[in-house]
Design a protein around this ligand. Structure first.
Ligand SMILES: Nc1ncnc2c1ncn2[C@@H]1O[C@H](COP(=O)(O)OP(=O)(O)O)[C@@H](O)[C@H]1O
Ligand SMILES: [Mg+2]
Length: 314
């Protein structure tokens, strides 16, 4: 049913380079959260720290109540089985068929028979829409299909938590839209806790329950989607609206003077809070035929209310 991940005071550096510090957030069980941030802000490092592949300098990561930063290697191995990870490049073995790639974790970590494995692999391939491509090699298929194969592989051990590292990178907008729908559908079907790292604003606006933003070595904000989408925090607003003006520059960080100038130029109109609703993108709902988990009732009500406010301005 998905487990909660509770991060407290997490700090990570490599040598003298602090990547991020004092990050605290809770990923609610069964919900979809997105972590946004410009390139190089340490999003991948964050995911690797959550699964215990990297050790933080300080802080704790509690997975279902157990602090994984304190576990020994063999205990960590057990906790890691709760996680499915979709790495940025799909991380498929190039010389193996999709079938064998997806079967790999089952053959490595379980004693299931080949017929049991076959049932699971075909079930997961069906979930991600890859039936018929069992014999294909990763090099013979599109980037979108490779992501879906990586996702099927992340699903075979029935994870409680799935981490996605930039699932949308390298895909065209249509494929990103399909993948986002797939993510929403999967979450409704398996109810695992999802964390998606991305710098794609459109995905961040449509897909998650919660959004976080990493910037300048800090977690600027983390909270429910509506809160971030209607926030007045300058970095959050700039990032979620994809603007040129604001604290985030091409070189990721602009100097303070330039930020001041731009904020001054923005003027009052743009700094005022807008109507709730104006900034609201509708949330992606699970597709037809997919039973919605109970929390979707509340989401649908909130969506309807925001829509009403946007239309009536009240
Ligand atoms: N194993 C490592 N050793 C040293 N530096 C690293 C290591 N992994 C990542 N970094 C550094 O951490 C920073 C953040 O990297 P990364 O997490 O890949 O950013 P993002 O995924 O947000 O683009 C980069 O400056 C990168 O060079
Ligand atoms: Mg990365």
């Amino acid at each position: 049913m998905g487990v909660e991940i509770c991060v407290e005071g997490l700090t990570k550096s490599f040598g003298h380079q602090v990547i991020w510090q004092d990050v605290s957030l809770t990923l609610p069980a069964g919900e979809v959260s997105v972590m946004l941030g410009p390139s190089g802000t340490g999003k991948s490092v964050f995911l690797k720290t959550l699964v215990g592949l990297l050790k933080p300098d300080r802080g704790s990561v509690k997975v279902a109540g157990r602090d994984i930063t304190k576990l020994r290697e063999h205990e960590l191995y057990e906790v890691r089985k709760l996680f499915g990870v979709l790495f940025q490049d799909g991380a498929l073995f190039g010389s193996m068929s999709l079938y064998d790639n997806i079967a790999f974790p089952l053959r490595e970590h379980t004693r299931k028979s080949e017929s049991q494995i076959r049932r699971i692999v075909l079930d997961k391939m069906d979930m991600v829409g890859l039936i018929g491509s069992e014999g294909k090699l990763p090099g013979e298929i599109s980037g979108g299909m490779r992501k879906r194969a990586g996702l099927a592989r992340a699903l075979v051990l029935d994870p409680e938590i799935i981490l996605f590292d930039e699932p949308d990178s390298g895909l065209d907008p249509v494929r990103v839209a399909y993948l986002n729908q797939l993510i929403v559908d999967l979450n409704a079907q398996i109810n695992a806790t999802f964390l998606i790292v991305t710098h794609d604003i459109a995905s961040a606006r449509q897909v998650p329950d919660n959004i976080g933003l990493l910037f300048r070595r800090e977690l600027v904000m983390f909270g429910p989607r509506e809160e971030l989408l209607t926030s007045d925090e300058p970095v959050v607003r700039q990032f979620l609206n994809g603007r040129m003006q604001g604290p985030i520059g091409m070189a990721e960080e602009k100097d303070a003077a330039q930020v001041e100038q731009e904020l001054a130029r923005l003027g009052d109109a743009d700094r005022k809070p807008r109507h709730v609703g104006n900034d609201m993108t509708p949330r992606l709902m699970p597709g037809p035929g997919i039973a919605r988990p109970p929390r979707w009732e509340a989401i649908a009500r909130r969506e309807a209310e925001l829509h009403r406010k946007a239309v009536t301005g009240a």
